[in-house]
Design a binder for this molecule. Sequence first.
Ligand code: KIV
Length: 286
Amino acid sequence: MRKKTIYDLYQMKERGEKAAWITAYDAPTAAYAEAAGMDMLLVGDSLGMCVCGLSGTVPVTMEQCLHHTRAVRTGAPNTFVIGDMPFLSYQVSVEEAVLNAGRFLKEAGADAIKLEGGKRVVRQIRAIADAGIVVFGHIGLTPQSSGQLGGFKAQGRTVEAARLVIEDALAVQEAGAHALLVEAVSPEVTAIIHRRLRIPVYGIGAGPHTDGQLLIVSDLLGVFEAFTPRFVKKYANLGEEMKRAFIAYRDEVKSGVFPGPEHVYPMLEGEVERLGALEQELDSQG
Ligand code: KIV
């Protein structure tokens, strides 16, 4: 399978073909996703919650994001990979934003970067795009600013709030972003954004009127139990499956069922007898 480029994503939009993408944080998961034909992989700063057990994304660092992006790139060499810019890697200055965005490409092999915010990050979007980097905007519920939003809350549910979300979408496109992700926004509002933007508009919890859907891999697989947003559909319950396997293993170790003869490396022919002699020799030495 040839790796997609941003132009393939544009063509998919033109054809009305939806893009399916998930987050990934490690090489094996990325490899399974690539084998399943996923269009894109986002190495989200949600790794803070899904991998590191934090309660939010704010503490996540550039080094953590680069580390996991490298792993995903290794596991899925032929899939479009988006690195997620963590909190304070782009807000402080435009220069830092460009340098950090570039690190995702240079050091981790990402194909694009994503950053949160609308009107307030247009200077950063413009500068990163001007540096030749594919930029995904991210508006609506932006977890890095959940403090200001009063928590992980859906956005755009009144006409006044909807106007702000739509203004953000237009600003992101105007600044030169190549695609937009809309999170936890009412479907009617997403539909307006989708009608008005030229660039692909993807959604997570933003309804069906988009050019594709993103889900957090840990939600989709049922391995994140801290909370489950309304928009999540669980396609598996691997958490329960893991628990079942761990209990079975623990019980077999304690009862001596594991390891069985099929799990050991037998000595080569004739060596067991010679081993007996070795033990006698050791005994005689005290
Ligand atoms: O970090 C992430 O996984 C994200 C999604 C919630 C959109 O940004």
